[in-house]
Design a protein around this ligand. Structure first.
Ligand code: CA
Length: 277
């Protein structure tokens, strides 16, 4: 297993979209430079880290995929595991309306979709409780120690999930920093959820945030909000799907990001100092 060096040598590779488990400082600086150029920003000065929930904070996607398949089958909708991962991060009702339109040629309203989504939620909650992703608590500790706030931006929004977030990440996360499906009209892949996350973090600018995402639609949303977006590919999709959506950096699993955080953060700070000098 690769260990992230605490003081990586300067001048490493500038290939920033390559999968990395150690984020050498050169790769981070290259990624930041590309990000600033792409959006026309002067510096990346993070004040908050906005985490997606499923597949990032919790290892919940396998259960979600099963709940999607079982619930939709009851309504005559075929939803494969691949479909569940491909649509991950979207508002549940949006996914259902799209699947019904595609498979049955019907336009259904939000209310009907919500009833179907309630069944998906019911099945999900009947399954064993999902675990916190390895490395997440240690990552939050480091982020806090750097003086950054922590937010969660999710396409879910059931009360039990919010309560669990507040319990599991007590000390790091407060309710006013949680953005759910019910806070916004347009879900991921639109930028709205992450823009709301910035607003809840204290009316921050895109260059004052960092997004951590695992799904294509979520990466798309973070990039569309012009926030530096770190993809962590915790699911079965190939890396390039996340890179094609514009991820600024990619890690294979959460512990890799946790190990890389000190090098990542110091590289971000030094990049911004150089660029704004
Ligand atoms: Ca996710």
């Amino acid at each position: 297993m690769n260990k992230a060096p605490l003081s990586a040598p300067e001048g490493g590779t500038l290939e920033t979209t390559a999968r990395t488990t150690e984020a050498p400082s050169g790769a981070v600086e290259g990624a930041v430079a590309k990000y600033l150029e792409k959006h026309g920003f002067e510096a990346l000065r993070p004040k908050t880290v906005l985490f997606d929930m499923d597949g990032v904070l919790y290892n919940s996607m396998p259960n979600h995929a099963v709940a999607w398949q079982k619930s939709m089958a009851k309504f005559g909708i075929q939803m494969s595991e691949a479909d569940a991962y491909a649509t991950e991060g979207a508002r549940g009702v949006d996914t259902i309306r799209m699947m019904v339109k595609r498979q049955q040629g019907r336009d259904i309203d939000e209310q009907e979709a919500q009833l179907m989504y309630d069944e998906k939620t019911r099945i999900f909650h009947s399954m064993p409780e999902t675990q916190i992703m390895p490395g997440v608590l240690q990552l939050m500790e480091q982020i806090h120690a750097c003086g950054l706030s922590i937010g969660v931006v999710t396409g879910s929004g059931q009360r039990p999930l919010i309560n669990r977030l507040l319990k599991d990440f007590k000390g790091f996360l407060t309710e006013d920093h949680i953005t759910t499906a019910y806070d916004i009209k347009r879900g991921k892949p639109n930028p709205d959820p992450y823009l709301m996350g910035l607003q809840k973090a204290g009316d921050l600018q895109p260059w004052e945030g960092i997004v951590v995402e695992n799904a294509p639609l979520g990466v798309h949303a973070g990039v569309a909000a012009r926030i530096f977006t770190i993809a962590v590919n915790t699911g079965p999709l190939p890396d390039h799907i996340l890179q094609d959506e514009g991820a600024d950096l990619l890690f294979k699993k959460m512990p890799d990001l946790t190990e890389a955080w000190p090098v990542f953060y110091s590289s971000v700070i030094s990049s911004s100092v150089v660029l704004s000098a």
